[in-house]
Design a protein around this ligand. Structure first.
Ligand SMILES: [Zn+2]
Ligand SMILES: [Zn+2]
Length: 277
């Protein structure tokens, strides 16, 4: 059994065959997927992401304004996210949020301000956060240390990890799980494997980030949740353990982090304490 801890199957790349994609994931043993909503918070983008989680009983959703779209964040956007989190039991995290200084689609000072603001709101609602960080490791660590280094922090997931071993260690100490995507399988990704070396099995997750970052041997094709198996197999071999052990442990990490009990309730569980007002 596997979990794809970060996918984007609500996107138009899956409009033609979403049912088949979810079915292929099941057949590949991917029992749970976390569909991460992105886009314009003033459009229907996030509602669409949540709708996918409502439709498939093994798909959960998260909502949060991506650093690319930080310039679109305002009070109305924030209220929209809060309403979605409060109104759907399938929304289990706030994200992806963070910093992307590779593309710089939003000004860096705006990205940092919006990142902090969303962390604060997620903390108020007591929901975990999903972090995106590209070419901004120092600033990401600094902000997370300042905003999350407090006892009652609910923790989060560092998605598509691309930082140093030191960054991985720091984030784990703050309560983050470290999730690797298909790019860890790429030939030249020695730096990612250096980081993977310091991540103990009980802090590890795997993801596709599909439709992007397709793992070897499907590199170049559209990615989909079923392919998370290839990243998991690659990492199992890298760690020198059985595939089943890695699959079971990463699944257990995800389920226990979010408080999901597959036996008693597969769907619509109350995963996190919410503010009721
Ligand atoms: Zn991302
Ligand atoms: Zn993503």
């Amino acid at each position: 059994m596997l979990v794809d801890s970060h996918c984007h199957i609500d996107g138009e790349q899956f409009d033609a065959d979403r049912d088949e994609v979810v079915e292929r994931a099941r057949e590949a043993g991917v029992e749970i997927m976390l569909n991460v909503g992105t886009g314009d918070p003033h459009s229907d983008d996030f509602r669409r992401a949540v709708a996918v989680a409502e439709k498939y009983d093994n798909v959960y959703a998260s909502v949060g304004v991506h650093p690319h779209d930080a310039k679109l964040y305002d009070d109305a956007a924030e209220q929209h996210l809060i309403d979605l989190i409060r109104s759907s039991g399938n929304v289990i995290a706030w994200g992806e949020i963070g910093l992307d200084f590779y593309y710089d689609h939003s000004p860096r000072d705006v990205q940092m301000e919006v990142f902090r603001r969303q962390i604060k709101k997620a903390r108020e609602l007591n929901v975990p956060i999903i972090i995106h960080s590209r070419d901004a490791d120092d600033e990401t660590v600094e902000i997370l240390t300042e905003e999350c280094g407090i006892d009652d922090f609910r923790g989060g997931i560092m998605h598509c990890f691309g930082g140093t071993p030191e960054m991985a260690e720091k984030l784990m100490s703050l309560g983050f799980l470290i999730s690797f995507a298909g790019n860890v399988t790429f030939k030249k990704a020695e730096n990612l494997r250096d980081a993977a070396r310091v991540v103990p099995l009980d802090k590890l997750l795997v993801e596709t980030d599909c439709p992007f970052l397709t793992p070897v041997p499907f590199r170049g094709k559209r990615n989909e949740p079923a392919y998370v198996e290839h990243t998991a197999r690659f990492l199992a071999e890298f760690y020198g353990i059985e595939f089943e052990e890695l699959a079971d442990q990463t699944t257990e990490n995800f389920l226990s982090f979010f408080g999901i009990n597959l036996v008693t309730d597969q769907h619509g569980f109350p995963p996190i304490d919410r503010i009721h007002n």
